[in-house]
Write a protein that binds this ligand. Structure first.
Ligand SMILES: [Zn+2]
Length: 147
């Protein structure tokens, strides 16, 4: 099982073997910095989001959020907890729409938080609004059950 991890230093995509990552911290193949795979959630920009969606074998769930949005901040710990639980089935990413407005515009995000699940470069489904942990897990499981 491998996961695509975008290097925060050089913005290049790396394929990381999840089993090997259990014992040794992976390094970026391009610039050699550590890839913090155990942070569970990857922070993406407009460009690295496109790269992640295009390259990932696992479905990618993206939280489109903004720092000024109360429900977004409330939902952040739920997103992180769920990422720790289900990180072997999905890639969890966050896009700050204030810093990277193009990312939200590209995907027609009108309300935040909006959660979009991508598979093989295509959108599978989306839902807007913060949700409790169990409902978020249901949303994730349902999205892949339909494919
Ligand atoms: Zn790098």
């Amino acid at each position: 099982m491998s996961q695509i991890v975008i290097c925060k230093a050089c913005q290049k995509a790396n394929r990381v073997d999840l089993e090997k990552a259990q014992t040794a911290t992976p390094n970026c193949g391009h610039c050699k910095v550590n890839l913090p795979i155990h942070d569970s959630v990857q922070e993406v920009t407009d460009q690295t989001l496109a790269l992640l969606i295009a390259k990932s074998d696992l479905p990618v769930v993206v939280d489109f959020w903004a720092p000024w949005c109360g429900p977004c901040r409330m939902f952040a710990p739920t997103f992180k907890e769920t990422a720790k639980k289900m990180g072997d089935q999905f890639v969890f990413a966050k896009l700050n729409t204030e810093d990277h407005p193009m990312g939200g515009t590209t995907h027609g995000v009108r309300a935040i938080p909006t959660l979009i699940i991508f598979k093989n470069g295509q959108e599978l489904t989306r839902e807007s609004g913060a949700m409790p942990g169990p409902r978020f897990e249901q949303f994730l499981k349902r999205s892949v059950a339909n494919t």
